[in-house]
Design a protein around this ligand. Structure first.
Ligand SMILES: NCc1[nH]cc(CCC(=O)O)c1CC(=O)O
Ligand SMILES: [Mg+2]
Length: 335
């Protein structure tokens, strides 16, 4: 487009539309609403107190009873869906993570309780073994490496347990090859053709997951952080992300996720432009910790919450998983 068509200063002044609130709203290209948000929640066993998470001030692990109350608030604020993550009792963790497909596990019980009390709230369940393995990896180890195909079989068992409990969205976060197709086939064969799959398709091996691992209790006791580079993506790559997304769509994913969020906005944009499918960003625990920490210190003011979320919309995301969901929905409501 030539500047003679668009006009130029002094005839054209881009500041005119910015002058007043009404004209700023009229020319806004993107909107952020509570309907764009998915709220990730950490669930803990028993019926004790809410447990704070040191690296995520303001985020707490909730018992099922506390979860029902919190989820009710989320729904009342217009949040369409919540995502569940378990803080598994150490005694239930094993080498193969078999608690993942125990139909009475914390996640399945949480889903059943949510569906009983709040049947119209969407419930998303993460599929991966890391909350249930003693070593903290997302799959089953064979000779020191996460073995792809045996892990996929385990993930299928985990998926079916969650679907039977009433889960609406299965969200595999493990990065095994071929798991979306295997999970889709198993869901369809079991009569769960309505259950959606949101694939963590382009998930990077990121240090921004640190606080999450504390939250679910899978942090290493030694000083060395868990190395998941054998299955999660290299932050150097973006062409590879497009191949990951293409395969997952071909295998039957309904929705695609890019993770982490803020350092990977370019990936969201490329995925949206290439595939035109429902695309989501995960503003992960480390991103929450950064913003929360700076706000709590008075270094940033609270407008950064909605600004960061709008960034995902502008990059092409249809929605965002964010620990700020409740806070953001309240701010949006207040206007
Ligand atoms: N597969 C587990 C999983 N699902 C979501 C997150 C991270 C979420 C966050 O940091 O908020 C992780 C951690 C990991 O891959 O190590
Ligand atoms: Mg893949």
């Amino acid at each position: 487009m030539s500047s003679s068509f668009l006009g130029a200063y002094p005839r054209t002044r881009l500041r005119r539309n910015r002058r007043d609130d009404w004209s700023r709203r009229l020319v806004a290209e993107n909107v952020l609403t509570a309907g764009d948000l998915i709220w990730p929640v950490f669930v803990q066993p028993g019926d004790g107190q809410r447990q704070p998470i040191a690296a995520m001030p303001g985020v707490e692990r909730l018992t099922i009873a506390q979860l029902i109350d919190a989820a009710g608030e989320a729904q009342a604020l217009g949040i369409p869906c919540i995502a569940l993550f378990p803080a598994t009792e150490p005694a239930l963790k094993t080498e193969d993570g078999r608690e993942a497909w125990n139909e009475g596990n914390l996640i399945c019980e949480s889903v059943r309780a949510l569906k009983r009390h709040l049947p119209d709230l969407g419930v998303l369940c993460d599929v991966a073994l890391d909350p249930y393995t003693t070593h903290g990896h997302d799959g089953i180890l064979v000779e020191g490496h996460v073995a792809n195909d045996v892990t996929v079989e385990a993930l299928v068992r985990q998926t079916l347990a969650q679907a039977r409990a009433g889960c609406d969205v299965i969200a595999p976060s493990d990065m095994m090859d071929g798991r979306i197709g295997a999970i889709r086939d198993a869901l369809d064969a079991a009569g769960f053709e309505h259950v959606r799959i949101m694939s963590y398709a382009a998930k990077y091996a990121s240090a921004f997951y640190g606080p999450f691992r504390e939250a679910i209790g899978s942090k290493r006791t030694s000083n060395r952080p868990l190395d998941k580079r054998g299955y999660q993506m290299d932050p150097a790559n973006s062409e590879e992300a497009l191949r990951e997304v293409a395969f997952d769509l071909e295998e039957g994913a309904d929705m695609i996720m890019v993770k982490p969020g803020l350092p990977y906005l370019d990936i969201i944009r490329r995925v949206k432009d290439r595939f035109h499918v429902p695309t989501y960003a995960y503003q992960v625990s480390g991103e929450y910790a950064m913003l929360r920490g700076a706000m709590d210190n008075g270094w940033l003011d609270e407008r950064v919450v909605l600004e960061s979320l709008m960034g995902f919309k502008r990059a092409g995301a249809d929605g965002v998983l964010t620990y700020f969901a409740i806070e953001a929905a309240k701010r949006l409501k207040a206007g």
